[in-house]
Design a protein. Structure first.
Length: 184
């Protein structure tokens, strides 16, 4: 659903976008830190990684609900059709990854027989699967690959935003910020 004359996303959409973006970057840095550690230190960082992943999952589902119940700005008229298609594809991939990666991590933890502690506030129980370390390891391998793909997609998204801001100078970046003037 898009709104004629609306030039920027709603405040709620902006909050979801930027909070999830920050959490994705923090989650990536947390797991990168954990990769170089052993024992209890690694477990401590991984516990935070898992809690952040579940948080991202919940926020992404909430963001999708918001997206389907609130109007978005009309497509920028100055942007070529192929760029609209690329942006749309990238956003669909983001949603797939932002839902699929946390579920994959949760599933892997479940195969290892674990639950996920959300910073001592509550525990997300493991999914109802039997314990299988080999299956858990296989899923973790896919999860790591997916995480790397997500980092590259984030980089592509940032490059696109910078292109619109610095080269096209079309104001598209301001559509997702509460300041600036969207011109497109």
């Amino acid at each position: 659903m898009s709104a004629e004359g609306q030039t920027r996303y709603s405040t709620g959409a902006m909050w979801f976008h930027w909070i999830i973006a920050i959490l994705v970057i923090v989650t990536w840095r947390v797991v990168e830190t954990a990769e170089h550690l052993e024992g209890p230190d690694k477990g401590w960082w991984m516990d935070h990684h898992k809690a952040l992943g579940i948080t991202i999952l919940v926020l992404t589902v909430a963001r999708l609900i918001w997206r389907f119940t609130h109007a978005v700005p009309a497509k920028a008229s100055t942007t070529p059709a192929w760029q609209h298609l690329l942006a749309r594809t990238l956003h669909v991939l983001f949603y797939v990854m932002l839902i699929g990666l946390p579920i994959g991590g949760w599933l892997a933890s479940s195969y290892f027989g674990g639950s996920i502690d959300i910073w001592g506030l509550f525990t997300v129980p493991g999914l109802p699967v039997g314990e299988s370390r080999e299956t858990g390891k296989a899923i973790i391998g896919l999860h790591k690959t997916g995480g790397s793909v997500l980092v590259y997609l984030v980089g592509l998204h940032i490059l696109g935003a910078l292109k619109h801001m610095l080269i096209d100078k079309d104001g598209n970046l301001w559509r997702m910020l509460p300041w600036g003037t969207p011109r497109a």
